[in-house]
Design a protein around this ligand. Structure first.
Ligand code: UD1
Length: 417
């Protein structure tokens, strides 16, 4: 299994280009199931989750006409299999995004339940309730969610709590339902808005995406689409923190600054200098980090997907910061690893109290999930001596060429087999 070795102590300088957003391309790949014909997806990030989703839609009957570099062409004329098997769903929770599109397209979907994962139970009950509101009959059988629907019908549905992929799943199903659907208490993440825009370009009638109420007028069919994936705000935040923690000076290119507002605000509070331009942000360290408190929240709040990376930054702040995780019940798995590198962190329920230390020290550490892995690499950038991060397959799920991008900025980082 691959490991990443980071030698700490190098300031990052230069420019880094952010890839397309993993969390935008996965729903767009699922949305191809709603169309019949050739869909083109550009600027897809070259990460393992994209490979998995492309394999899944092929399993369902799509033909992969082209899949090279960041350009995917999928012909969905022949979708005929409603079964998303366990081996694909178990490696990537977002596979459950095919549930809504399959129900709308084939009137049937049989999707393996994703099961637990490192950051919590992550059930899909809210997806199921939303699809049931549209008239789907859903049963749980032998570890699979089995849904059937002769014809989905528009409905008024209020989500009990905010769910990103749940909103996307029900929105995609409602696009081909009969009549009007009103979804309330929906997720406002930029990736939800992006998906709605892609679907609208194909003939869907979705209004309100980006607010907490989405209204969909059902249509009978969608045209295939040709889209360019929006930049990954979580990847951008990770490189911004890398620049800040090494006291460097980095231009983060190809990002949407307005998608990063909550994070930018906290970086500024910590004393980091940010210069926002139209599609890029210059990030400069100021020699000293101030402690700041953060509380994760659905968008536009502070993203839970940046919590671990920001915690690494706070391990070196001058004073005590409080980091509260409100989205997932078990997302402090990285704390034990950071402590092995000398961080001073105390967990009290859903809050981590981080007291800044002068220096982290390199250690062998283990990645437990995607963002936790990134936080350990960030810690390695500033730790004394070498940090060896194992289980880096987590990083490969969601970060395109992380070692290459960091090396180009001046980090001493390498992958060993
Ligand atoms: C998406 C993102 C993930 C991010 C998360 C929160 C994708 C592919 N993944 O995941 O990177 O960390 O949003 O911003 O976009 N919940 C239920 N029942 C459900 C659904 C969710 O109880 O049916 C709970 C979850 O356990 C969690 C909370 O709701 O505690 C939010 O989860 P959700 O927004 O659904 O996360 P994902 O869409 O899985």
């Amino acid at each position: 299994m691959d490991k990443i070795i980071v030698e700490g102590g190098h300031k990052l300088n230069g420019r880094v280009r952010i890839s397309g957003a993993k969390n935008a391309v996965l729903p767009v790949l699922a949305a191809t199931l709603l169309t019949q014909g050739k869909n083109e997806i550009r600027e897809a990030p070259q990460v393992r989750d994209v490979d998995t989703m492309v394999r899944l839609v092929s399993e369902l009957g799509a033909e992969v006409d082209h899949f090279e570099s960041d350009h995917v062409v999928l012909d969905t004329s022949g979708i005929d299999n409603p079964v998303a098997p366990y081996d694909l769903v178990s490696t990537m929770r977002a596979s459950c995004l095919v549930l809504g599109p399959l129900l709308a397209r084939l009137g049937e979907a049989k999707v393996s339940l994703p099961g637990g994962c490192a950051i919590g139970a992550r059930p899909i009950d809210l997806h199921i309730k939303g699809l049931e509101a549209l008239g789907a009959k859903i049963k749980l059988e032998k570890g699979y969610v089995h849904g059937t629907a002769k014809k989905l019908k528009g409905a008024h549905h209020v989500f009990e709590s905010v769910t990103v992929t749940g909103t996307m799943n029900v929105m995609m199903a409602a696009v081909l339902a009969e009549g009007e659907t009103v979804l309330e208490n929906v997720a406002r993440e930029p990736e939800v808005t992006f998906l709605a825009e892609v679907l609208n370009e194909s003939g869907a009638k979705i209004g309100g995406a980006g607010t907490d109420k989405i209204i969909i007028q059902g249509v009978s069919s969608l045209r295939p689409f040709d889209c360019k994936i929006l930049p990954d705000r979580i990847e951008a935040a990770t490189y911004m923190i890398a620049a800040a923690i090494t006291d460097g000076d980095v231009d983060v290119l190809n990002c949407v600054p307005s998608h990063l507002e909550a994070i930018n605000q906290k970086l500024r509070e910590a004393g980091v200098t940010l210069e926002e331009k139209q599609n890029s942000i210059r990030v400069r360290g100021n020699g000293e980090l101030a402690p700041v408190h953060i509380r994760t929240h659905p968008y536009p709040g502070f993203a839970t997907d940046v919590q671990a990376q920001f915690m690494t930054l706070m391990t070196l702040a001058k004073g005590r910061s409080m980091i509260t995780e409100t989205v997932f019940e078990n997302r402090f798995m990285h704390v034990a690893e950071l402590k092995r590198m000398g961080a001073d962190i105390l967990i009290e329920g859903h809050t981590a109290l981080v007291t800044g230390v002068k220096q982290l020290s390199g250690a062998p550490v283990m990645a437990t999930d995607l963002r936790a892995s990134a936080c350990l690499v960030l810690a390695g950038l500033v730790a004394e001596r070498d940090t060896v991060v194992s289980r880096v397959y987590h990083i490969d799920r969601g970060y395109q060429n992380m070692e290459k991008k960091l090396s180009q900025l001046g980090a001493a980082i390498r992958r060993v087999k």
